[in-house]
Design a protein around this ligand. Structure first.
Ligand code: ADP
Ligand code: MN
Ligand code: MN
Ligand code: MN
Ligand code: MN
Length: 395
């Protein structure tokens, strides 16, 4: 906890800023917030500049740079790191004027992509798979924390009642900080993000929003900007957003980023056959996917999938013997009779499975599959990239 016991941001009067936000802006100038993923692969950074012309597409925005040694992306001796604009959104925080959020990917001094620039590879896969018309829809779960890093609204010296009444809950004793969720939903729509919906989640102070379905890379771009907007709005309230996949140990749900995936063939008549083919391919590439589904190469998902029961295996896993611990997960899942993959036995409507075929999809015999493995802090570029390479490109 900080020495105040609360975020200083929460105590500032937000109505004062509105006077200045309403000021007319010179027509030949726009404010641009450049946003990028830092060296953790899960946190975003941003800085602002004035643009003195009116760009038409993301490619018209100037390449910019920053000090990569302060974002875990470069050594101090050679720290200039480059921001390449890739997608542009309306800025919901500066509504007067043509102000924008500019999502960027990052390149080292030698023009090589940084270690956490997974967009470039994803875009290459998306372009090669274009004929299959892949769509993605991602369900982003997350948790609000108070400045003591406990879930927002939880008693300081105790716990809320057990899980049950909170999922899609309504009422002051069921959900906390709905106003941030509401502000975020509106702000995302304004920005141009394909936000599909929101709901309160199973653990109190845990929420979800969905983006998509969108073709190609748009869904992943949207998700990163939606995360940025959520952090910004929560910052105003003095509330912290965590995308950690297991913020509370014990009998509390973790957070995922279920990735709903389809190709044109899956969406057409009898597409269920294509869906089952994809599940079969996924069953043979389990390790690749687990490694791609959180920013720590599977370590965060071990925490989420095994909880406190498998604490010792987390240590061994950190030492890099991934396959051993992967088997550990399998054993764990089998012990609890979880069909994590498997054609036939399938995960129709099974929320305990790794791949779920939604009930409606099974009935229509076409649609999409839901990969439930990605952790809430995953990089959606890595997730989409792995799905395309396994299911479409047969790599
Ligand atoms: P759940 O029942 O798992 O909670 P949600 O309603 O939260 O499901 O999310 C379903 C997601 O599936 C939405 O984000 C939506 O965009 C996505 N979706 C719907 N149809 C398709 C499709 N054909 N291909 C890919 N994604 C899809
Ligand atoms: Mn400086
Ligand atoms: Mn959902
Ligand atoms: Mn959910
Ligand atoms: Mn889901």
């Amino acid at each position: 906890m900080n020495s105040l016991g609360y975020s200083p941001n929460a105590k500032l009067d937000k109505t004062i800023l509105e006077k200045y936000l309403r000021l007319p802006q010179p027509e030949d100038k726009i404010q641009a917030t450049y946003i990028w993923i830092d060296g953790t692969g899960e946190h975003v950074r941003a800085k602002d500049r004035t643009i003195t012309f009116l760009p038409k597409t993301s490619k018209d925005y100037p390449i910019w740079n920053y000090d990569g040694s302060s974002t875990y992306q470069a050594e101090g001796s050679n720290s200039d790191t480059f921001l390449h604009p890739v997608a542009v959104y309306k800025d919901p925080f500066r509504p007067v004027g043509n102000n924008v959020l500019v999502l960027c990917d990052t390149y080292k001094y030698n023009k090589e992509p940084t270690a956490t620039n997974h967009r470039r590879t994803c875009l290459e896969a998306v372009e090669r798979a274009a004929d299959a018309k892949p769509w993605f829809g991602i369900e982003q779960e997350y948790t609000f924390l108070d400045s003591d890093l406990r879930p927002f609204g939880w008693p300081a010296n105790g716990f809320p009642g057990p899980q049950g009444p909170y999922y899609c809950g309504v009422g002051a004793d069921k959900v906390y900080a709905r106003e941030i969720v509401e502000a975020h939903y509106k702000a995302c729509l304004y920005a141009g993000i394909d936000i599909a919906g929101t709901n309160a989640e199973v653990m109190p102070a845990q929420w979800e929003f969905q983006v998509g379905p969108g073709e190609g890379i748009k869904c992943a771009d949207d998700l990163w900007v939606a995360r940025y907007i959520l952090h910004r709005i929560a910052e105003e309230y003095g509330v912290i957003v965590t995308f950690d996949p297991k913020p509370m140990t014990g009998n509390w749900n973790g957070s995922g980023a279920h990735c709903n995936f389809s190709t044109l063939a899956m969406r057409e008549e009898n597409g269920i056959i294509e869906i089952e083919k994809a599940i079969d391919k996924l069953s043979k590439q389990h390790l690749r996917h687990i490694q791609a589904y959180d920013p720590k190469g599977g370590k965060d998902n071990v925490r989420r999938l095994t909880g406190h029961h498998e604490t010792s295996s987390i240590h061994d896993f950190s030492a890099g013997k991934f396959h051993i611990h992967f088997n550990f997960i399998l054993t764990f899942l089998r012990t609890f009779k979880v069909d994590y993959v498997g054609v036939g036995i399938a995960g129709v409507a099974n929320r305990g499975a790794s791949i779920r075929i939604p009930r409606g999809v099974a009935e229509d015999k076409k649609g999409y599959l839901e990969d439930r493995r990605p952790a809430s802090n995953c990089d959606p570029y890595s997730v989409c990239n792995a799905l395309i390479r396994t299911c479409i490109l047969d790599e």
